[in-house]
Design a protein around this ligand. Structure first.
Ligand code: FAD
Length: 362
């Protein structure tokens, strides 16, 4: 029975642990500084919307991960209402003038009229050009999901625990030290590294390709109906406009921003004002007729750092100080919508890496 440590309890660590825990022969300890329930700038997962808005370029690994994730999210939504995910219609608006901005590049696949994901999500439809508001070049609608992260992350913990995984708080300066913290007291045979942005500073990993894309949000009690995303804004190259209402009373997320290399943990009140004004301008049903931002009932302002990696997400085998490692980090703004696709591949690498260890033990 292999002893496995999953380092990190964000959506990447929890999804990987969940899949690993389905095999009863794996003895799993999930170790993390932050656990579901915490809100911290070093912990991206609670801040996410989160929804499924594919952004991976056609033919890329990223596309493969997002494509592979949809059936899992669909199944969880249908079978487990207690997981905090619901289906919701979404509108996507494209303005060609946003093409070269940071936000426009991030959303370039999402907003194009003939994207690969049109055959993955249900009810994909182009909106006829005569129905488009001035300034919008093309638009589409489809059915997606919106995840209440405050419910979904604990649900994943529950599934892992039910399957025998053990959760412990711990902070490590060097990744190899995590091998000595398995709950059995024995040394772990393998560590899965799901440390997100902290892979930049974690000893033995020190991945300088990791950097943040800062996302600021406002959570409100108002409910505008369908979700909505726009290719960009007129307020700045790295500002964004999206709206989504979470399942199970999770409130509505008004976003946002995509500020690369910006580490600021404090909400910027001016940006918050722009986010709220933009949201009402595009979705007037957020407030009562004639109301402005005073009509929004604010739950909280928030900032999260998307763990972006130059060159893309790292899903790879490694050996550090004699300890086998499988990396699964660097999921930028797509950690939920690519979660199962990435974790299935990480789990396959875990099995591969453990073959030799298991042979030696027999
Ligand atoms: P994290 O959630 O950051 O978790 C890292 C874990 O590692 C934590 O448990 C941490 O404590 C632990 N850790 C790190 N270093 C150490 C150490 N040295 N010792 C012990 N523990 C350690 N994605 C979507 O798919 N859809 C969306 O709609 C969406 N919206 C977003 C909106 C915002 C505002 C933001 C900020 C992000 C959004 N994302 C979205 C992206 C998504 O949130 C991230 O990709 C995802 O949360 C990354 O998860 P992770 O598990 O890799 O990292």
């Amino acid at each position: 029975m292999p002893n496995i440590v999953v380092l990190g309890a964000g959506v990447s660590g929890l999804t990987t642990a969940y899949l690993l825990s389905k095999d009863p022969s794996n003895k799993i300890t999930v170790l993390a500084k932050h656990m579901p329930g915490d809100y911290d700038i070093e912990y991206a997962s609670p801040w996410a919307g989160a929804n499924y808005m594919p952004v991976g370029k056609q033919g890329s690994d990223h596309e493969r991960w997002e494509r592979a994730t949809w059936p899992y999210l669909k199944e969880i939504t249908e079978k487990y209402p207690e997981a905090g995910i619901h289906f919701l219609g979404t509108l996507i608006y494209n303005r060609k003038k946003d093409q070269e901005s940071d936000t426009g590049k991030w959303f370039s696949e999402l907003v194009q009229p003939n994207p690969w994901y049109k055959d993955v999500v249900p009810d994909f439809k182009a909106i006829p050009s005569e129905k488009l508001a001035p300034g919008i070049d093309n638009a589409q609608e489809f059915t997606s999901v919106c995840i209440n992260t405050a419910v979904y992350l604990p649900w994943l913990v529950g599934q892992c625990t039910k399957n025998g995984a053990v959760f412990k708080r711990a902070v490590f300066k060097h990744i190899a030290d995590a091998a000595n913290a398995h709950h059995t007291g024995e040394k772990a045979d393998l560590i899965v590294n799901c440390t997100g942005l902290s892979a930049r500073t974690l000893g033995g990993v020190n991945d300088s390709k990791m950097h943040p894309a800062r996302g600021q949000i406002v959570v409100v009690r108002n409910d505008p109906g369908p979700m909505l995303s726009v290719s960009g804004t007129d307020d700045g190259e790295d500002e964004a406009l999206y709206i989504m209402t979470r399942a199970a009373g999770g409130g509505t997320i008004l976003g946002g921003s995509y500020q690369k290399h910006n580490w600021d943990a404090m909400p910027d009140p001016n940006l918050a004002n722009r986010i709220m004004k933009r949201a009402i301008a595009i979705a007037p049903s957020l407030v009562k007729p004639g109301q402005g931002i005073e009509g929004l009932d604010i739950v909280r302002h928030g900032v999260g750092l998307r763990p972006l990696r130059e060159g893309g997400t790292r899903i790879e085998k490694d050996e550090i100080n004699g300890v086998k490692v499988v990396h699964n980090y660097g999921h930028g703004g797509f950690g939920y919508q690519a979660s199962f696709g990435c974790s299935v591949e990480a789990v396959a690498l875990v099995k591969e890496a453990l073959q030799s260890t298991l042979r030696a033990k027999l």
